[in-house]
Design a protein around this ligand. Structure first.
Ligand SMILES: [Zn+2]
Length: 477
């Protein structure tokens, strides 16, 4: 066996890795590879395996090419003759993150509407650098570009996670004022034709948006389910209860997009629900009844706190990574941050943020299914990779244990996507999708920001090198 010094390995890019298990990697990919897929032992690590089970210490993980071959107490795992050995003392291993509300675009407000730019050249690799080995785009503004990027990654030509590509946001007229790039449906256009067009191209999830009728949603679910494809929604015109009755699989933004508590809400009409949620008590019987109904109907909720993280006492960019932004955008963000903190403050949004944490904890305690995602939209401070790391910290702030937080961010997503036989936990026999963290995550959640190597399919990518390569580019590329 060959013992290797990790720092040395990270400094000297391994130039020999042209052929990865089953495919050839382009130079654009190998430039970021720290450890090629090979016979490798991660020695003496702390393991949070994603199952929600207890943390294991002093573990050795044997990786053979693209798979985890064995895991055991240090020195129980037989180290093969030709194995590379990485000393993991003081380090933590978690599964690759599986994040469910991601986008390959960046959005920020512009005079009351949103400027949306596809981040085709930065976000895919930034997601991977932030530990995300599988992601779902929850709606696409340039869905064809999303499909191209997925294919480029899967054929070894680009760095990035596995991508479950959604359709564009399915939306009737009403929201184009805010997002002129939406692919709105007009009048009698056939939803069935439109959906099948995207399924034939390769979309594997559906995202519905604010302004649909119940008849529309029923049709979307019928067509998608006939092709074995799941439907998620950021709703407004349709209540959560109505959507669950119609058979929706997943609702975005946990309870934050619910209009179930708006008094006398007109059917099929999108009305502002924020005030009703703000006034809703934690133990309101209607809220508890809705939670129970969603659980009975097997509806998964996606929790997306990073996109609405308040300003007060918090970072300009959630999860750090200020340097990733194009300088003019960073300057704008800093100014917006300072004025929010110094003038209006954001006590209201802080209250809502905490309220939602309690609702999520309650839904979880009742047995509800929760996945997580980051949603790089809204005020523009949610940045791929950095925000995914921040997600774990917010789950701890909400009250989850680190074992639960990692499970929500890995296995739960794998189960929803029905890939849990291959991914979602660090387990012998599964694909080697895992993250080596420099620090003890079991004691200090902020260690999540110190990802050293992100393994996807057994190929280890240098997180810091990827982040470094895109500095100053986000918002533009
Ligand atoms: Zn979104």
């Amino acid at each position: 066996m060959h013992r290797i010094n990790l720092n040395l390995l990270l400094t000297l890019s391994i130039a020999v890795c042209q052929i990865s298990y089953g495919q050839t990697l382009s130079k654009q990919v190998t430039d970021y590879v720290a450890i090629p897929d090979t016979t490798l032992v991660l020695k003496n690590v702390t393991l949070i395996d994603g199952s929600g089970g207890e943390i294991k210490y002093n573990q050795d993980i044997l990786i053979l090419n693209d798979r985890i071959a064995a895991i055991g107490e240090s020195d129980e795992v037989e180290v093969l003759e030709n194995a590379l050995v990485v000393d993991g003392t003081g380090k933590t291993v978690i599964p690759g993150l599986i994040m469910m509300h991601e986008h390959l675009f960046h959005a920020k407000p512009f005079f009351g509407s949103y400027k949306i730019v596809q981040m085709a050249h930065t976000f895919p690799q930034m997601y991977l650098a932030g530990g995300v080995t599988t992601m779902r785009t929850a709606g696409g503004i340039e869905a064809n570009s999303d499909l191209n990027i997925k294919n480029l990654i899967e054929t070894g030509r680009r760095v990035g996670p596995y991508i479950d590509v959604s359709t564009p946001h399915i939306e009737r007229e009403g929201f184009e004022e805010y997002i002129p790039q939406l692919q709105s449906l007009y009048g009698e256009e056939s939803l069935e034709n439109w959906l099948n067009y995207w399924f034939d191209k390769g979309a594997t999830s559906v995202k519905v948006y604010n302004n649909l009728t119940k008849a529309d949603l029923g049709e979307v679910i019928r067509v998608a389910h006939a092709r074995g494809i799941k439907v998620t929604g950021h709703l407004c015109s349709i209540t959560y209860r109505e959507a669950a009755e119609l058979g929706i699989d997943n609702l975005e933004h946990t309870f934050e997009a619910s209009t179930d508590f708006v008094k006398d809400k007109p059917e099929n009409e999108c009305v502002y629900g924020g005030q009703s949620l703000f006034e809703l008590e934690d133990d309101d019987p209607e809220l508890l009844s809705l939670m129970e109904f969603l659980i009975e109907k097997n509806v998964t909720l996606t929790y997306t706190p990073v996109v609405v993280e308040p300003y007060t006492d918090r970072e300009v960019i959630s999860g750090g990574g200020d340097a990733a932004l194009a300088p003019y955008l960073l300057a704008q963000m800093k100014q917006a941050h300072a004025s929010a903190v110094n003038t209006v403050g954001d006590s209201i949004s802080l209250v809502s943020f905490k309220q939602e944490m309690r609702r999520v904890m309650k839904f979880h305690a009742l047995g509800g299914k929760i996945t997580v995602g980051t949603d790089p939209t809204y005020v523009g401070k949610t940045i791929a990779g950095y925000s995914n790391q921040r997600m774990i910290e917010i789950l701890i702030e909400a009250g989850f244990t680190i074992e639960e937080a990692i499970k929500l961010s890995s296995l739960n997503g794998a189960e929803y996507l029905e890939i849990d036989d291959e991914r979602g936990t660090v387990e012998a026999g599964k694909k080697a999708d895992l993250v080596l963290i420099d620090g003890d995550l079991s004691k200090d959640v902020s260690a999540i920001r110190k990802m050293e190597i992100v393994f996807k399919n057994g190929v280890g990518f240098d997180s810091a090198r990827i982040f470094k390569s895109v500095e100053g580019q986000v918002g533009a590329y």
